[in-house]
Design a protein around this ligand. Structure first.
Ligand code: THU
Length: 142
């Protein structure tokens, strides 16, 4: 699906809306994500922390797991925003674990990761750029 400015704006708005649900009593660093499926549906996600720290879940993985658990397996792009107290000061790149989850479900050559500081300040990477030589399902067959 072509990522028009209108669609990017919609993804940015959805990712920002998700900041309101971010549950971060420990870090207070809030992250919102909006995952675009190939059929046009958009799933939101926020980070969800835990007193035991380890069970915390990032915004990106929340969005992926919501989508996959509802039968969606094909994705075009994800928009990510975040910052301390939910104030977006800089780009918020996905952690290594989230990149690996993306690798499970997305084509690294075409899946787009959009990082935004505002509607008019969006940078775009492919998954391959952020996870070169990623290990995926196909490697298990070799
Ligand atoms: N976090 C995300 O949700 N996504 C990222 O891409 C980076 C980090 C969360 C995890 C934790 O709740 C907080 O941000 C601080 O690391």
């Amino acid at each position: 699906m072509e990522l028009t400015q209108n669609l990017k704006n919609e993804l940015f708005k959805k990712a920002c809306d998700m900041l309101n649900f971010s549950y971060t009593p420990y870090s207070n660093f809030k992250v919102g994500a909006a995952l675009l499926c190939q059929d046009g549906k958009i799933f939101g996600g926020c980070n969800i922390e835990n007193a035991a720290y380890g069970p915390s879940n990032c915004a990106e993985r929340t969005a992926f797991f919501k989508a996959v658990s509802e039968g969606h397996l094909k994705f075009d792009a994800i928009m990510i925003v975040g910052g301390p107290e939910g104030k977006i000061k800089d780009y918020c790149p996905p952690c290594g674990v989230c990149r690996q989850v993306m690798m499970e479900f997305c084509n690294p050559d075409t899946f787009k990761i959009l990082l935004a500081k505002s509607e008019n300040d969006i940078v775009e990477y492919t998954l391959k750029e952020l996870l070169p030589l990623g290990f995926g399902n196909a490697d298990l067959q070799k």
